[in-house]
Design a protein around this ligand. Structure first.
Ligand code: SAM
Length: 216
């Protein structure tokens, strides 16, 4: 760590959260409804959504793919950063979650979200090469390596690949992690770090967000 780095604490996160573009009311309502419907509260934070929106805008993204929709929070957030006619194709394994996300995309008046119900590795191979400007991976961690390969095929050169939970639910550095997916995250982080088709960095926001650019 360089001498000028600051160790980011929960207090820093609270500070930056207070200074980030406020969350849209409809997204706060979505989260309340999701909890009431029994969905697990494992969506990205508003600050992470804000960062992703800025990145999508900077990379002039119109077509985004996502694996792991849950209730549609991240999909709707990303769609807000796209031009008219843009699209987030988002894949969700669980039919009830996919239905919830479709309903809330409609309530949010967000036609740029297209929810595809199925397993990531059943749906992704049907997407054409170079048909997306960005990918966001946020589903089963043991499939991250396979999702990355598919994303590298689907995302255009110069496009963005973002992957959630690089800090493995806060357990990345634990000697005896309790979560069964920590090993998969650790292995995936090594793959990302060494893949010479990407320039990437883990941004310490939320549970750690890989942000990578696919090399030309
Ligand atoms: C962390 S949640 C996604 C949160 C969402 N990206 C957000 O921030 O609003 C992960 C989702 O991935 C889904 N999932 C798990 N395995 C999957 C698979 N093989 N294919 C597609 N979705 C999967 C889960 O059902 C869950 O809803």
């Amino acid at each position: 760590m360089s001498a000028s780095s600051t160790v980011v604490s929960a207090a820093h996160f609270a500070y930056l959260a207070e200074r980030t573009t406020p969350e849209e009311p409809v997204l706060a309502e979505l989260k309340q409804a999701a909890v009431a419907a029994g969905l697990p509260p494992i969506w990205i934070s508003p600050e992470q959504a804000s960062l992703m929106q800025i990145l999508l805008r900077m990379a002039k993204c119109a077509e985004v793919i996502e694996v792991g929709t849950l209730g549609g929070y991240s999909a709707i957030s990303m769609a807000r950063a796209l031009p008219p006619g843009g699209r987030v194709r988002t894949i969700e394994l669980e039919p009830e979650r996919a239905a919830f996300a479709r309903e809330w995309a409609e309530r949010a008046d967000e036609p740029r979200v297209e929810v595809l119900q199925g397993a990531g590795m059943d749906v992704l191979p049907g997407f054409a090469g170079h048909s997306a400007d960005a990918a966001f991976l946020d589903a089963d961690k043991s499939s991250y390596g396979a999702y990355l390969e598919e994303s590298l095929r689907i995302v255009r050169p110069g496009g963005l690949i973002m992957v959630d939970n690089a800090f493995a639910f806060g357990q990345l550095l634990d000697e005896q992690p309790s979560d069964g997916e920590v090993g998969a995250v650790r292995a995936f982080n090594e793959v990302m770090a060494r893949d010479d088709r990407l320039d990437g960095i883990i941004v310490p926001i939320g549970d750690g967000l890989w942000v990578a650019v696919k090399r030309d």
